[in-house]
Design a protein around this ligand. Structure first.
Ligand code: FAD
Length: 456
C-alpha cells in the first residue's frame, strides 16, 4: 500500500486518500456511474510529481491509472485499490503564433487549449466537448468538427513528452523514438504518462455553425438530406445527423424536452457560405434554426454535456449510408430514452481522416461514416435500458457496419472489440509496448499487451 505521508510530503502538488475530505469530489469522473475507488489520487503539479507518484506505485506494487479530463466513459482513469496520477494540475498552454504551434500540459482540457489559441486566430482539431481532456482524446485519435480538413487531433501532434514506465523522461516525435510517436497516434494511454503535447495549428479566419431541430418524425427526411449534403460537401464542412432531447433553452420553444431530429453542420467560413450548403435542410423548415458565425472556442463548447450523469456508449464504422441504413438509424433515434441527455450521432469522415491514415496507429480510418449512440441518463434504474439501447443501435446496423470501431467512442466491450479497434496495427503496437512498458503498468485504457514476438 505504501506510506502515503511520505509520498504526500514529496509532491509539489497534493495527495488525496480515501480518508481525506474532498476525496469524492477529486475522484468523480464525468460519468457518475463509475464507482471505482482508488486508495489515493496524486494531484501532480510537475513532471517530477508524475515520476514520484509512478515510482511510489511501482515500489508498493499498486495498480495505477492516469487521469486528465476524466471523460473516459468506462472509467479508465480510475483504478480500484490503486493510485491515480491526476494530471489536471499540468494544464498550461503556450502558443507560438509565429511557428503556429501550441504546447499544452498533459492535464489540460480542450477549453484551456482553444481559449489560449483563439486570440491568435489559430486552432486545430479538438474534441466536440470543451471539458474533455487533450490527453485522453488525442492519444486515442481525436475526432472533432474540422477533422475532414485538418485530420484527427493526433495527426497534428509534433511531439509528446512522456514519463515511461521506468520513470524516464523522453520525447517522442518523428525523429526521436519514432515508433513510440506512431503508437501515440491512437494507441491511447498504453505507453506512459504524457506530460506535454506540441501541436501544429492552423489559421482560422471565420467559422460558423448550424443547429437545426425538428420533431423526431422528420428524422427520415432530415437524415437523408443531411447525408446527401455531406456526400458532396467540401472538407471545410463537418457536422452530424442526430437525435436528441430538445434542451431547456428559450430558443428551443415547444421542442424543449421533446425527442428531436437534428442536423448539425459546421463550416470553416462565414455564415453565408454555410447557408448555401444547408439550403436543402432549410427547405424542411426547421422549427429551431440557429445558423450563426461563432468564434471557434465558443463553437467547441456549444454542445457541452452536463457532468454527473450516467453514461454508456458505443460506436461503429460504415462505408456506405444507404436509405435503408438511415431507416435503422432513425428507428434507433426513436427508441432512445427520452427525455434524457442521450444523443444518437452519425458523423461524416473522409478527407484528411482517411488521407492521414498512414502515419497513425489508429486503424480503419478510410471509412465514410461513424455511428455513435451516446446514452446519458440520470436514474440508475435506467441503466439496463440505456445499455441495451446503445448495443441495439449497433446490432440493427450490422448489415452496413464494418466490424471495426473507434476506441475513443466505446467503453469496455471486451477483447474482441479492442482488436476490432486496433485491427492490423495491433502486432506493431504490442511490440512498441514491449519496449516502453514491458510490465504493462499502463493497462487501464483499451489494453495492448506487451509482446516482443509479434511482428513489427
Ligand atoms: C462528453 C464526452 C464527449 C466526447 N467527445 C469526443 C469527441 O468529440 N471526439 C473524440 O475523439 N472523443 C470524444 N470523447 C471520448 C474521449 O476522447 C475519451 O473518453 C478520452 O479518453 C477522454 O480523455 P480524458 O483525458 O478526458 O479522459 P480521462 O478519463 O482522464 O483519461 C482516459 C484515459 O486516457 C489516458 N490518458 C489521459 N491523459 C493522459 C496523459 N496525459 N498521459 C497518458 N495517458 C493519458 C489514460 O489511459 C486514461 O485512462 C468524448 C467523451 C465524453 C465523455
Amino acid at each position: 500500500m505504501g506510506n502515503w505521508d511520505q509520498l504526500r510530503d514529496s509532491l509539489d502538488g497534493g495527495l488525496v486518500t480515501r480518508d481525506d475530505e474532498g476525496y469524492e469530489d477529486v475522484r468523480a469522473l464525468f460519468n457518475s456511474a463509475i464507482e471505482t475507488r482508488p486508495l489515493a489520487i496524486a494531484q501532480c503539479a510537475s513532471v517530477e510529481d508524475v515520476r514520484r507518484a509512478l515510482r511510489h506505485a511501482r515500489d508498493a506494487g499498486l495498480p495505477l491509472a492516469v487521469r486528465s479530463g476524466g471523460h473516459s466513459v468506462a472509467g479508465a482513469s480510475l483504478v480500484a485499490d490503486g493510485l491515480v496520477i491526476d494530471m489536471r494540475g499540468l494544464n498550461s498552454v503556450t502558443v507560438d503564433p509565429a511557428a503556429r504551434t501550441a504546447t499544452v500540459g498533459g492535464g489540460a482540457t480542450w477549453s484551456h487549449f482553444d481559449r489560449a489559441c483563439q486570440p491568435h486566430g489559430l486552432a486545430t482539431t479538438g474534441g466536440r466537448i470543451s471539458t474533455t481532456g487533450v490527453g485522453g482524446l488525442t492519444l486515442g485519435g481525436g475526432s472533432g468538427w474540422f477533422e475532414r480538413k485538418w485530420g484527427l487531433a493526433c495527426d497534428n501532434l509534433l511531439s509528446v513528452d512522456l514519463v515511461t514506465a521506468a520513470g524516464e523522461c523522453i520525447t517522442a516525435s518523428e525523429t526521436e523514438n519514432p515508433d513510440l510517436f506512431w503508437a501515440l497516434h491512437g494507441g491511447g494511454g498504453n505507453f506512459g504518462v504524457a506530460t506535454s503535447f506540441t501541436f501544429r495549428l492552423y489559421p482560422l479566419a471565420a467559422c460558423s455553425i448550424a443547429l437545426l431541430l425538428w420533431p423526431s418524425e422528420f428524422g427520415l427526411a432530415v437524415s437523408r438530406r443531411w447525408r446527401d449534403i455531406m456526400l458532396d460537401a467540401p472538407e471545410e464542412i463537418g457536422g452530424a445527423a442526430a437525435y436528441l432531447t430538445g434542451p431547456p433553452e428559450e430558443f428551443v420553444g415547444n421542442l424543449v424536452g421533446k425527442r428531436c431530429a437534428a442536423a448539425i453542420v459546421t463550416c470553416m467560413g462565414p455564415v453565408e457560405e454555410l447557408r448555401a450548403v444547408i439550403a436543402p435542410l432549410l427547405e424542411l423548415a426547421p422549427p429551431v434554426e440557429v445558423v450563426m458565425d461563432v468564434p471557434y472556442a465558443d463553437m467547441q463548447c456549444m454542445l457541452d454535456d452536463p457532468p454527473g450523469m450516467r453514461n454508456y456508449w458505443s460506436a461503429d464504422y460504415l462505408t456506405d449510408l444507404p436509405d435503408a441504413a438511415l431507416d435503422v438509424f432513425c428507428a434507433g433515434g426513436e427508441d432512445m430514452i427520452s427525455p434524457s441527455a442521450s444523443q444518437l450521432l452519425m458523423l461524416p469522415w473522409g478527407g484528411a481522416v482517411a488521407r492521414n491514415a498512414g502515419t497513425s496507429a489508429m486503424a480503419n480510418r478510410d471509412v465514410a461514416w461513424v455511428v455513435h449512440p451516446f446514452g446519458i441518463w440520470e436514474d440508475p434504474a435506467d441503466d439496463e435500458q440505456g445499455r441495451d439501447w446503445t448495443h441495439a443501435v449497433g446490432a440493427g446496423l450490422r448489415e452496413w457496419t464494418t466490424g471495426a470501431t473507434y476506441l475513443n467512442f466505446i467503453g469496455d466491450e471486451g477483447a474482441d472489440r479492442i482488436m476490432a479497434g486496433f485491427g492490423p496495427h495491433y502486432p506493431r503496437l504490442a511490440a512498441v509496448k514491449a519496449l516502453y512498458d514491458p510490465d504493462n503498468v499502463f493497462n487501464r485504457w483499451h489494453n495492448v499487451q506487451p509482446e516482443v514476438s509479434l511482428q513489427r
